[in-house]
Design a protein around this ligand. Structure first.
Ligand code: UD1
Length: 389
C-alpha cells in the first residue's frame, strides 16, 4: 500500500468529515480513528452541522464513541427539509473556502449528507460517500432522495453490501468509483460491545415496574419515521398494536424527540401508559447496545437498528414496507412487518414461539470496514496528489 504522497514541501490538505444527526456518529467514529492510524495519517477535520443538538441525541455519543470535538459546528438546528438543507449549505460553504480540503467525506442519508455533498461538488471538491448505494426504491422517504442524489455527485462510493454496488452500476455510476468495504457501523458495535450497559440497569433507571422486571424478557421499540409518526391515524394504530404486544411481552420504548412531540400533539399518551411499557428518553450508545443485545426482539423503523440487530443476532421486526438494507432480511434477522396490526402481532407470536430469525453475519461486517476505507483512501489521495504535482 503506497503512502500518501504530496507535492514536495506541501502539507497535505485535510478531508472534511461531516456529521449532523445521531446515526452519523457511530459511522464516522471508526473512520476518523482509521484515518489517524493510517501511515502516514490522513488529516481529517470533523464538521458538525448541528442538525441534531439535544444532548441525548448528540453530546453523549461524542463522548462514548471517542469522537474528537468538531472543528466547526454549524448549529443549524431543526427546520423544514428545504430550510434545513439550505441553511446547512449556506453555512458549510465558507467552511470549505476556509479549509480548502482534499475532499469532503459524508456518511449515510440524512439532510446534512446531501447538503454538504452538494456544496463540495459545486466547488469541484471530491465527494466521498460512505454507505453508498442503499436503495429502498421508495421516493416518499426523504432519506431515499438524499441517497440517490448524494451518490450521483460522489466521486468515491464506499458500500456496505454487494447489492449496493449493483444498484449504483444500474444508475450509471462507473465501476472504478465503487468500493465494497463493509459496514462501519458494525466496526463501532464490535468495538463497544464489551462496554454495553446491562439492560436491567437501564430499565430500572428508566422506572420499569416490578412486573416488567420479573417478566425476564422484553422487546425494544424505537420509531421516528415521518411515515409512522406524522399521521395521527397511523400513529394511533401503531400505539394500539404496541399495547396489544405488551400484554405478551413487556416493551421498552426509547422515544425520539420527534415521536414524543407527535404523541403529545395528537393526545395519544394514554395508549402507552401501562406497567408493561416503559417509556425511556433517547439512550446513550452503550445503554442502547445493552438493551438490544439482551432483548427478545426489537420493533423498529430505524435503518441503523436493522444492521445492528443483524450483527447481534437478535430478531428485528421492521415497521416499514420496504428497506434499503435487503441483506438484513436475506441474511440477517430482520422481517418487514409494515404498520399492519395483524402482521406485527403474528410476527411477535412467531418470535415468542420459535425464537425468531437468528441470521448470519454478512460479508465484511467484521469490524474492519473503516480500515479498508483508510487504506483505499490513502492510495487514492496519493494518486491524486501525484497527478497534482
Ligand atoms: C433525522 C434523519 C433520519 C434519521 C434520524 C435519526 C433526515 C431527513 N432525517 O431524522 O434519517 O434516521 O435523524 O434520529 O435527515 N429534534 C429535537 N432535538 C434534536 C433533533 C431533533 O428535538 O436534537 C426534533 C425537532 O422537533 C425536529 C424533529 O425532532 O424538528 C426532527 O428532527 P430532524 O433532524 O429534522 O429529523 P429526524 O426525525 O431526527
Amino acid at each position: 500500500m503506497s503512502a500518501t504522497v504530496t507535492p514536495a514541501g506541501q502539507t497535505p490538505k485535510p478531508i472534511l468529515c461531516v456529521v449532523g444527526a445521531r446515526p452519523n456518529y457511530m459511522k464516522m467514529a471508526p473512520i476518523i480513528q482509521a484515518m489517524a492510524a493510517h501511515h502516514p495519517p490522513i488529516p481529517a477535520l470533523l464538521i458538525h452541522t448541528g442538525q441534531h443538538y439535544d444532548s441525548a441525541m448528540n453530546d453523549q455519543f461524542f463522548l462514548a464513541l471517542g469522537l474528537p470535538a468538531p472543528t466547526v459546528n454549524l448549529e443549524v438546528g431543526s427546520a423544514s427539509h428545504a430550510m434545513q438543507t439550505a441553511e446547512i449549505m449556506k453555512r458549510f460553504e465558507p467552511v470549505v473556502d476556509q479549509y480548502d480540503p482534499a475532499a469532503v467525506l459524508v456518511v449515510g442519508d440524512v439532510n446534512s449528507t446531501i447538503a454538504c455533498a452538494l456544496v463540495a461538488s459545486k466547488k469541484n471538491i471530491p465527494v466521498i460517500h460512505v454507505e453508498a448505494g442503499l436503495r429502498s426504491y421508495d421516493r416518499t422517504m426523504p432519506e431515499e432522495i438524499n441517497r440517490v442524489l448524494t451518490d450521483q455527485i460522489a466521486d468515491l462510493l464506499y458500500t456496505t453490501e454487494r447489492s449496493a454496488g449493483d444498484n449504483l452500476r444500474r444508475e450509471g455510476i462507473a465501476d472504478e468509483r465503487i468500493v465494497f468495504v463493509g459496514n462501519v457501523m458494525i466496526d463501532t458495535l464490535l468495538t463497544h460491545k464489551p462496554h454495553a450497559v446491562a439492560a436491567e440497569k437501564t430499565l430500572r433507571n428508566g422506572g420499569a415496574s416490578p412486573a416488567f422486571l420479573t417478566a425476564g424478557q422484553y422487546g425494544v421499540v424505537t420509531m421516528h419515521r415521518p411515515s409512522n409518526v406524522d399521521d395521527p391515524q397511523i400513529l394511533r394504530g401503531i400505539l394500539d398494536v404496541l399495547q396489544q404486544v405488551s400484554s405478551q411481552l413487556p416493551l421498552a420504548f426509547t422515544m425520539h424527540p420527534r415521536t414524543r412531540q407527535k404523541i403529545q400533539e395528537f393526545g395519544l399518551e394514554s395508549l402507552i401508559q401501562s406497567d408493561r411499557i416503559v417509556l425511556l428518553p433517547p439512550q446513550g450508545y452503550f445503554e442502547m447496545l445493552g438493551l438490544m443485545a439482551e432483548a427478545t426482539l426489537v420493533l423498529t423503523d430505524s435503518g441503523g437498528l436493522q444492521d445492528e440487530t443483524t450483527a447481534l443476532g437478535v430478531p428485528c421486526l421492521t415497521m416499514r414496507n420496504n428497506t434499503e438494507r435487503p441483506i438484513t432480511v436475506d441474511q440477517g434477522t430482520s422481517t418487514l412487518v409494515g404498520q399492519d396490526a395483524h402482521n406485527i402481532l403474528t410476527a411477535v407470536e412467531d418470535v415468542l414461539k420459535t425464537g425468531g430469525k437468528r441470521g448470519r453475519t454478512p460479508e465484511y461486517w467484521d469490524g474492519h470496514a473503516a480500515e479498508r476505507i483508510a487504506r483505499h483512501l490513502g492510495e487514492w489521495l496519493g494518486l491524486k496528489n501525484l497527478k497534482a504535482a
